[in-house]
Ligand binder design. Structure first.
Ligand code: PLP
Length: 459
């Protein structure tokens, strides 16, 4: 295989994958079923359709269909910004003086700035097909809200976004972007919902959390006509849509005979990581690959590395179905010092299961080290990375430095999930050296764990 590998590998439009890959179909041990919070029985599609759109619910509960065709209407949306480039990090390799080969799949080439548009487009398309007229959602750092605002503008749907209050204050430009695309943005907790009012009564100065914002968005969706709620991570149908990332990466790597030894992704709710690793993990589960998989999470919100594996709610008001996952408890609120995303208390159930079964490793990083890695990367590769993505950069650099010590010529792949143009407040505090690290104490974590439901399934 002597073909010179270009710095940027682009697939042609007709090479863009026509199928999403459902990793669960190839898992011998499936994740535990999602439970109805009232009956504690596995949820039915009818239960879930009260909150979510129909086709995503079908996908959520499908653990047997391996390849799910991407409808032409969604492929058409994808073509506005995909296929995305797979980049060989020649400059970073040189800077690190590593014998390793480093590749990254860059998902930041659209205006919303991240991979989230892959699922936003799919979910908006299905809502439109179903005859809905509006959607509600939450956003933390703002990328998911921006992606949904773009997708809803494209498919002509109304969108209400509950934005975590602290984040709407720190990131006014995110709010402006969503509004420019036509979305209504409400800082959460708000007094527009019962769950918001309740949270404000208990803690009027709270900066909010994703869990609170989700409660508000669901409440509003359930109360409104022809309206459903959409979620940008954690759930299996979101990982399914994000498998376009892994499918494209594998197609591009196969063209050049590249087989990654280490695959790294940052982990918030798990969607980009799950999407990137899907086809590679499929090979590993089939015994055809020895690749290692590494999830990287912030030390301030460590659901893999310090969380419990238990059935938990997705939101603070405890209204969602129960998912068995790595969780810090739906009552856990990460420190407001934590700058960039990845603030969700739980983790996708497939990834949680793979972690428990030893197929997926996880590590946590403090944010000052993450920003050190971001800056080192941007100086040589040119791209301003999102703080979330920079968790993966940090681990990729560490693995490449390890190769330098051992002389091993490993092939490292990581997901560069997005750009950091809207995160300059965080970069400012990094530059000014006022950025601090906050790692929850065991007592902080215990308070979160106390919110995990006390049900027989968790005994
Ligand atoms: C939302 C986001 C993440 C984390 O979400 P996952 O669902 O874990 O992928 C990572 N990077 C960027 C740029 C994001 O916007």
């Amino acid at each position: 295989m002597s073909k010179k590998i270009p710095t940027r590998i682009y697939l042609a439009e007709d090479e863009m994958p026509k199928f999403w890959y459902n990793l669960r179909a190839d898992m011998k041990e499936k994740p535990a079923p999602i439970l109805h919070p009232g009956t504690l029985q596995p949820v039915t599609s009818a239960d879930m359709e009260q909150i979510f759109c129909k086709e995503p619910v079908k996908q959520e509960l499908d653990e047997t269909t391996q390849l799910i065709p991407i409808p032409d209407g969604i492929r058409n949306f994808y073509l506005a910004y995909r296929p995305s480039p797979l980049i060989r990090a020649y400059y970073l390799e040189k800077d690190l003086e590593t014998p390793a080969e480093i590749y990254y799949k860059f998902e930041g080439t659209n205006t919303s700035g991240s991979h989230k548009l892959n699922s936003a487009g799919a979910q908006a398309y299905y809502a439109k097909e179903e005859g809905l007229t509006s959607l509600t959602t939450e956003t933390g750092a703002g990328q998911w809200g921006s992606a949904m605002a773009m997708a809803c503008a494209f498919y002509n749907l109304k969108l209400t976004v509950y934005m975590v209050k602290i984040s709407s204050e720190q990131k006014p430009y995110r709010k402006a972007l969503m509004e420019a695309y036509g979305a209504s943005v409400i800082p959460s907790p708000s007094n527009t919902t019962e769950s918001g009012k309740k949270i404000l009564e208990n803690d009027p100065n709270t900066g909010g959390s994703l869990g609170c914002a989700i409660s508000e968005a669901i409440e509003t969706a359930v109360k409104s006509e022809k309206c459903r709620y959409v979620l940008g991570s954690v759930l299996n149908h979101v990982l399914l849509h994000q498998s376009i990332i892994g499918q494209e990466t594998k197609t591009a790597m196969d063209m050049y005979g590249i087989k990654p030894d280490i695959i790294i992704g940052c982990a918030g709710g798990g969607s980009n990581l799950g999407g990137l690793i899907a086809p590679f993990m499929g090979e590993k589960l089939a015994g055809k690959s020895n690749a290692r998989f590494i999830a990287v999470e912030p030390a301030s919100c460590p659901s893999f590395t310090r969380g419990r594996y238990a059935y938990d709610f997705g939101d603070t008001a405890k209204t969602t179905p129960l998912i068995k996952m790595q969780t810090l408890g739906s009552g856990f609120i990460p420190s407001s010092n934590h700058a960039g995303g990845l603030r969700y208390h739980g983790m996708n159930s497939v990834l949680s299961k793979l972690y428990r079964d030893g197929f997926l490793e996880a590590r946590s990083e403090i944010q000052t080290n993450v920003f050190d890695a971001a800056v080192r990367f941007m100086k040589v590769e040119g791209i301003l990375p999102a703080p979330e993505s920079s968790h993966a950069i940090k681990a990729a650099i560490d693995e490449a430095v390890e190769c330098k010590k051992t002389g091993e010529k490993k092939i490292i792949l990581f997901g560069l999930t997005g750009t950091g143009y809207f995160d300059m407040t965080a970069y400012m505090s990094y530059n000014a050296k006022t950025m601090s690290d906050s790692v929850p104490s065991d007592a902080d974590l215990e308070r979160g764990f106390a919110s995990i439901p006390d049900i027989p399934q968790n005994k």
